[in-house]
Design a protein around this ligand. Structure first.
Ligand SMILES: [Fe+2]
Ligand SMILES: [Fe+2]
Length: 213
């Protein structure tokens, strides 16, 4: 028998997701990492550090995606929108876990500022959800557009030999493109260029900081 979740139930679930996202514990990917079964590239120290910086940026992006979807799901009005976002959020968990594993393989760590980015993204997501479903879905589409641009740029920057990172980013790009398309198809509004530009500027700040810290 299924029962409706009360607000308290939902808040407990949300708190659990926050902890799992920020502490790197208890998250399991639904799909194996695309890197699985592929050999480690021959990376010298400089290239290893560069790839770790890129993967840290991508990992932070996935932390933000978790927060964004969670914030939106909390305030989304239509249950269908909430379900759709939770489905995409499950794929984002895969991305989060794959990036985290790759960071570890590169002897590196996630960004120390992830809790701050999480809070900001959660607030933006909840605000978009509270305004309305069209805005909320439009926000997903515009965000995914930015994420895809980053991923394409990172794929260009990856050393030729680093097949493990490349395969992860390629699968993520495929998923994010689909998330964006689905959000628009579900009725998301196209954001005007000034809003998209502001989002690009904010994501640039986030990526530049996360590369180092
Ligand atoms: Fe993602
Ligand atoms: Fe996505």
């Amino acid at each position: 028998m299924t029962r409706r979740l009360t607000l308290i139930d939902r808040l407990i679930c949300e708190a659990d997701t926050v902890m799992r996202t920020l502490t790197s514990r208890g998250n399991t990917a639904g799909r194996p990492s695309p890197a699985q079964g592929h050999r480690e590239g021959d990376l010298d120290e400089i290239r290893r550090r560069h790839v770790a910086g890129l993967m840290r940026v991508n990992h932070t992006g996935e932390v933000c995606a978790q927060a964004l979807y969670q914030g939106q799901a909390l305030t989304a009005k239509l249950p269908t929108v909430r379900e759709e976002m939770q489905e995409a959020a499950a794929e984002e968990v895969d991305h989060l876990v794959w990036c985290e594993e790759r960071l570890r393989e590169l002897n590196s760590r996630p960004s120390l500022l992830n809790p701050a980015w999480y809070g900001l993204s959660f607030a933006l997501g909840a605000l978009a959800g509270a305004i309305g479903d069209a805005i909320s879905l439009g926000f997903v589409a515009a965000t995914e557009e930015r994420v895809c641009a980053h991923l394409r740029d990172h794929l260009r920057q990856l050393p030729e030999d680093d097949r493990r990172s490349r395969l992860i980013l390629q699968q993520m790009l495929e998923d994010e493109e689909r998330h964006g398309e689905n959000a628009l198809a579900a009725g998301g509004s196209q954001f005007p260029p000034p809003v998209k530009n502001a989002m690009t500027a904010l994501s640039r700040v986030m990526t530049q900081i996360s590369y180092y810290i």
